[in-house]
Design a protein around this ligand. Structure first.
Ligand code: NAD
Length: 455
């Protein structure tokens, strides 16, 4: 498997992919090891995870550079991701014991009823490339703390990062037979579906998620899906500082080159402030520096995947054919590497792909709306349901609008944000099940109900 730097198109290295046989061997290894890992006291399991987090800190420069080189995000964003991942780990370290402790729920004459939480067993973590540390730690950290063994398949676009994660977990004290990295692309991911695993935790596209869910359904084991989004942001006519809102909206759109599951993917602006918003948004986009992600000040690096350029070009062409106007960008940047210019489309509508299909790139459609009702109708006109944002001065107004939107996450005056203390969950085509928060700890366990009667 060739690892290519998307900024230069140069070969970084070649790596040997796993085969069905080696994946099977890795499964057998962790299947053997899981029972011992489960017996390690939870304080010790947590201590190894704390050590892992310290290693992420002490090796941050090298890890950030590896991530930037293989995936293309600006170096400071790689550092932000590592810091964010450590923050999430801290949440799990501080809170897991509380949520995994046995709970006595009834204590009466001669009867005790209690709930115990047991690990699922060996789980697969099939992961995405856009935030390999963040989406990874959402799964493998609580899975390990709760006593599961993990077969972790990083995306083929962040293989080096995935291997480094495995190396550092082992260095921190997680046994070799409790965590194994399985290397490769979709075919290797498929091989994991054939193994008798006790749970499947997937982060990636709706298309792949659906095929995994269909394949593993007959196993009757837990399966959790964190999939894509088409997240809306609405700006009602209730804003004293429209320029500030435009700045936040641009950041939510273009951070990580738009390759975030919760990136702002479409914007609706009340007609009364539309012109003011568009002017401010246009200025923000002009300031975005495109270039080599290892250079200071660069905000727009290359896309991680070359194929995505054609998807974005197709969305731009489709929108223009149906009457959209191009305010900025619209094409591949004229340089080596998988660069796409930050792109803004106006005069858009819901007949256009750019307002309905996940773009996953530096491209946004901005639509003028007559009132809040029209905005709600359009925000709801989607097969996805990951996040939705409203920017306005009045919290009550924002909450009233957000309550009508079928999404797992609702934002007032913020966007493209994940908190370790809140459940992260999609609805509709964005998936099901939760990571993070206490739900994201218990999801890696099976509850056992004890009825204990004295006779
Ligand atoms: P992808 O679906 O192409 O790949 C995800 C993983 O699945 C990779 O490891 C890949 O090798 C593997 N895979 C591919 N085909 C497979 C198959 N048939 N069987 C088993 N495994 C297979 O997704 P991606 O391009 O890596 O990630 C981008 C997508 O992920 C976007 O849609 C984004 O919105 C979504 N995402 C969602 C969240 C979330 O929390 N909801 C977070 C990050 C990314």
């Amino acid at each position: 498997m060739e690892i290519i730097n998307p900024a230069t198109e140069a070969l970084i290295t070649t790596i040997e992919e796993d085969t069905n046989t080696s994946a099977q061997e890795k499964y057998e290894k962790v299947h053997q090891g899981q029972k011992d890992w489960q017996k390690v006291p939870i304080s010790e399991r947590i201590a190894t995870i704390t050590k892992f987090s310290e290693l992420l800190k002490s090796e941050a420069d090298e890890l950030a550079q590896t991530l930037t080189r293989e995936m293309g995000k600006p170096l400071n964003q790689s550092h932000n991701e590592l810091n964010g991942a450590r923050g999430r780990i801290q949440y799990f370290v501080e809170n897991s014991k509380k949520w995994l402790a046995e709970e006595v729920v009834t204590e009466e004459e001669g009867l005790v009823e209690k709930i115990a939480y047991e690990p699922l067993g060996v789980i697969a973590n099939i992961s995405a490339w856009n935030y390999p540390y963040l989406v990874g730690v959402n799964v493998f950290i609580p899975a390990l703390i709760t006593g599961n063994a993990v077969l972790y398949k990083p995306s083929e676009y962040t293989t080096l990062t995935g291997l480094k994660i495995g190396e550092l977990l082992h260095q921190a004290g997680v046994p070799d037979d409790a965590f194994q990295v399985v290397v490769g692309g979709g075919e290797v991911g498929k091989a994991l579906l054939d193994l008798p695993l006790d749970g499947y935790f997937f982060t990636g596209s709706n298309r792949t998620g659906k095929s995994i869910y269909e394949t593993v359904a007959p196993k009757m084991v837990p399966c959790q899906m964190e999939l894509g989004g088409k997240d809306p942001l609405y700006v009602p006519n209730d804003n004293a500082n429209v320029a500030k809102v435009a700045q936040a909206a641009a950041e939510g759109t273009f951070y990580n080159n738009g390759q975030s599951c919760c990136a702002v993917e479409r914007v609706y602006v009340h007609q009364a402030i539309y012109d003011e918003f568009m002017e401010a948004f246009g200025q923000e986009v002009q300031q975005l520096k495109l270039g080599n992600p290892e250079e200071d000040g660069v905000f727009i690096g290359p896309l991680a995947r070359q194929e995505q350029i054609a998807v974005l070009e197709q969305q731009v062409q489709d929108a223009i054919d149906k009457g959209a106007q191009l305010l900025a960008g619209g094409k591949k940047a004229d340089r080596t590497g998988y660069y796409f210019e930050p792109t803004v489309l106006t005069n858009v509508n819901h007949q256009m792909q750019v307002m309905r299909e996940e773009s996953f790139g530096p491209i946004i459609g901005i639509q003028r709306v007559a009132d809040d009702d029209e905005a709600v109708t359009l925000m709801q006109d989607t097969d996805y349901g990951l996040t939705a944002a409203v920017y306005c001065d009045t919290q009550e107004k924002a909450e009233e609008i957000l309550a009508k939107i079928d999404s797992g996450t609702a934002y007032w005056n913020c966007c493209d944000r994940v908190s370790a203390t809140l459940p992260w969950s999609g609805r509709k085509k964005s998936g099901f099940g939760s990571t993070l928060s206490y739900q994201g700890i218990r999801t890696f366990t099976k509850p056992k109900a004890y009825h204990l009667r004295k006779i």
